[in-house]
Write a protein that binds this ligand. Structure first.
Ligand code: ADP
Ligand code: F6P
Length: 522
């Protein structure tokens, strides 16, 4: 088996509480298969001179990590990653902030990380890069002469082309993304948006529904829904300590129904709307007063970004308002916990809650939805209320699917869940659990690595000969390209409609073009 080298901005520390889907699903998969995990160690140092690589082994995983400087933390992590790319990818152009310095820092950090990793790679390592912090990472590695196959998985949504073009450097970013051999997405919608951009704005052509020829390269763009480790989660939820916590929950909380929400305190998670929906539940169905509690666990995240500080204030005000209006000496309607909790405590809380409320306004996948299903008692399960805008909704059809912006609809779904007959709950949960098992952490990792390591035989030769013509594929029955393309005077196909904008930092264009055109191929 080839050595796996995972690269991500956030590297989980197995001894600490992880709140973030990426860290959770990589750790689950990597612990089993083994390999190297390279990335930021979460530390911030005063100057670049203090940056050094450290190495540590835990079980089958070797952690190779490095800190970033204070300047890069501000301009790269908080700046380009979380004040520009994150809001754009979550369709929130109103919150996006772009500066040339932050984009430059993004390029700088990617370049420094690639420089640190390149000398440690073996020629047959499989390299798997994760998430929006590292889009140009493969292009940077290629510039260091790395010829390995390199894959990329995007944990967050990929927006429609006319949203993406709001990023001033979108052309450079997308060219860089084409330096990967396999690009993976959470949902079909994300994959389609990506392919649309390549075809409509970059003159790409679909060779098959998952293979694109673009910018002189051929890459695979497929869907690999991220998942959780079902057995380990349900085992945590059924330990004797978990049982004690569940009993405590019911003894202390007089109410019959506990509704649980677990999310980083991020504006994409729809928490204010969720609280307003809970308030509507108490208004529309007053019989739930003193009978239902909403427990929201929302650890802090990216607090130095203004939009995150704003959401915290809004949520605190809302929980105070609801508790003030409806609460009584013996009942607190909203219990709001602003910190991370151990995973086994989470598992127990999920199991002890009759409703799992997962209502993001936009989310790549949302592993909390899957964890909630995995933790339930199969003979007496709770009900999942799930936003249609979570990637998980593409798969988890048997949940009560809601529009999180429609507070009355969400309130009605909660009421539906409260009154749902046990038999219906069991039927829905059985179907959901089967889907969560089918797309678990192991299948996600194996599926991606298989695509990266062993492209389908008929395409293998094409993937290694980027100049191969479409005609060469006909004998293998590859369907005609789906995009509407026309021949340009230079013989290259061009898109009939483009999203290109003239404005793009010249340094970036030149650098990206150099990197891509000189990229050695596996
Ligand atoms: P995201 O990646 O945007 O944070 P996900 O729902 O996909 O969203 O993943 C969140 C992960 O973080 C889940 O595994 C969840 O259990 C974990 N998590 C969220 N909140 C907490 C918390 N308060 N304490 C511990 N873990 C948390
Ligand atoms: O899943 C999206 C994501 O950005 C992950 O990359 C990350 O693990 C999680 O959210 C938490 O974010 P951060 O790494 O910024 O704390």
């Amino acid at each position: 088996m080839k050595r796996l080298v995972v690269v991500s901005n956030r590297v989980a520390d197995p001894g600490c509480l992880a709140s973030g889907g990426l860290a959770v699903c990589i750790l689950d998969g990597l612990k089993e298969r083994g390999g190297v995990w390279f990335g930021w160690n979460g530390e911030i140092v005063a100057s670049e001179a203090e940056i050094g690589v450290s190495c540590r082994r835990d079980g089958k995983v070797t952690f190779v990590t490095m800190p970033i400087s204070e300047r890069d933390y501000k301009e790269h992590y908080l700046g380009f990653c979380n004040a520009a790319l994150w809001p754009v990818h979550h369709y929130r152009l109103d919150l996006a902030r772009f500066t040339p310095e932050s984009c430059e820092a993004y390029r700088r950090v990617n370049s420094r990380f690639a420089e640190a990793l390149a000398p440690q790679l073996n020629p047959d390592d499989l390299i798997w890069v994760h998430d929006y912090h590292l889009i140009p990472f493969a292009a940077e590695l290629r510039a260091h002469g790395v010829r390995n196959r390199i894959g990329f998985f995007l944990h967050i949504p990929f927006p429609p082309p006319d949203v993406l073009v709001a990023v001033p450097e979108h052309e450079w970013l997308m060219e860089a993304m084409c330096a990967y051999d396999v690009v993976g997405f959470q949902t079909r919608t994300d994959q389609a948006n990506f392919c649309r951009f390549l075809c409509e704005a970059m003159g790409g052509e679909m060779v098959t529904p998952e293979v694109v020829r673009v910018s002189g390269r051929v890459l695979t763009a497929s869907v690999f829904p991220a998942g959780v480790c079902v057995d380990s989660f349900s085992a945590m939820a059924t330990r004797p300590e978990a049982e004690k916590r569940i009993q405590w929950l019911h003894r202390r909380g007089e109410p019959r129904t506990n509704i649980i929400g677990v999310d980083r305190l991020d504006y994409t998670k729809g928490l204010p709307d969720r609280f307003r929906s809970f308030k509507r539940l108490l208004e529309l169905y007053p019989e739930n007063r003193k009978a239902v509690t909403l427990m929201q666990i929302a650890p802090p995240t990216r607090e130095e970004v203004k939009a995150y500080a704003d959401i915290r204030h809004e949520l605190e005000a809302l929980s105070g308002e609801i508790n003030g209006q409806f609460g009584d000496f013996d009942w607190t309607p909203v219990r709001y916990v602003h910190r991370s909790v151990p995973r086994d405590t989470l598992a127990a809380l999920y199991r002890g809650s009759q409703i799992g409320l997962v209502t993001p306004l936009r989310d790549g996948m949302n592993l909390v939805a899957k964890e909630y299903v995995a933790a339930q008692d199969e003979t007496d399960p709770g009900v999942l209320v799930l936003s249609r805008f979570a990637g998980a909704a593409e798969d988890l059809e048997e949940a009560l699917i809601v529009n999180p912006y429609d507070t009355d609809e969400v309130a009605q779904a909660m009421q539906h869940a409260i009154l749902m007959p046990k038999q219906e709950k069991i039927e829905r949960h059985t179907a959901l659990l089967a889907r969560v098992r089918e797309h678990d952490a192991r299948n996600w990792m194996e599926g991606f690595l298989q695509a990266l390591d062993a492209p389908p035989a008929p395409l293998a030769s094409l993937l290694s000969t980027p100049s191969a013509t479409f005609d060469a594929l006909q004998p293998w029955g590859v369907p005609a390209p789906t995009a509407q393309l026309s021949a340009a005077p230079n013989g290259r196909a061009t898109a009939s409609r483009g999203f290109r904008s003239a404005a793009m930092p010249q340094a970036h264009s030149i650098r990206a073009a150099e990197i891509i055109s000189t990229a050695p191929r596996a």
